[in-house]
Design a binder for this molecule. Structure first.
Ligand code: HEC
Length: 103
């Protein structure tokens, strides 16, 4: 239930931002596209909004442990009880890039 409500709440935020890239007025509470994707998908429900971890492990220093490619692979293929394909492959790339910077 908790995860579902977080997802619902964050998709509202996402919808609020609109799809128009010309709408600069409402940008950017996120430091990058990767962070935005992470926080607008269920990643945040399992890994926490500050990457502190929840049902999944903390990702605070994941960039010093895993490369961008490793992270992208985990997102696309899943790992242990982490589901695969939470986001599409294009988004996985962006998220992996952002997480690889978390050191
Ligand atoms: C249903 C809960 C869940 C969701 C949703 C989820 N994860 Fe995970 N994630 C996990 C669990 C549990 C692990 C640990 C898997 C293991 O090591 O067996 C994990 C592991 C990881 C790891 C590897 C961490 C390490 O130290 O080895 C990364 C990176 C990661 N997740 C990123 C993401 C991203 C990005 C998303 C969203 C696209 C996401 N996760 C969505 C539960 C989740």
């Amino acid at each position: 239930m908790g995860i579902i409500s977080i997802v619902a709440a964050s998709s509202l935020v996402f919808a609020g931002c609109g799809n128009s890239s010309s709408d600069e007025s409402k940008s950017e509470e996120y430091s990058s596209q990767g962070e935005k994707i992470f926080k607008n998908n269920s990643c945040v429900g399992c890994h926490g909004k500050d990457l502190e971890g929840a049902s999944g492990p903390s990702l605070k220093n994941v960039g010093s442990k895993l490369s961008e490619q490793d992270i992208e692979k985990i997102i696309n293929e899943g790992k242990g009880s982490m589901p695969s394909k939470v986001v599409d492959e294009k988004e996985a790339k962006e998220v992996a890039k952002w997480l690889a910077e978390q050191k």
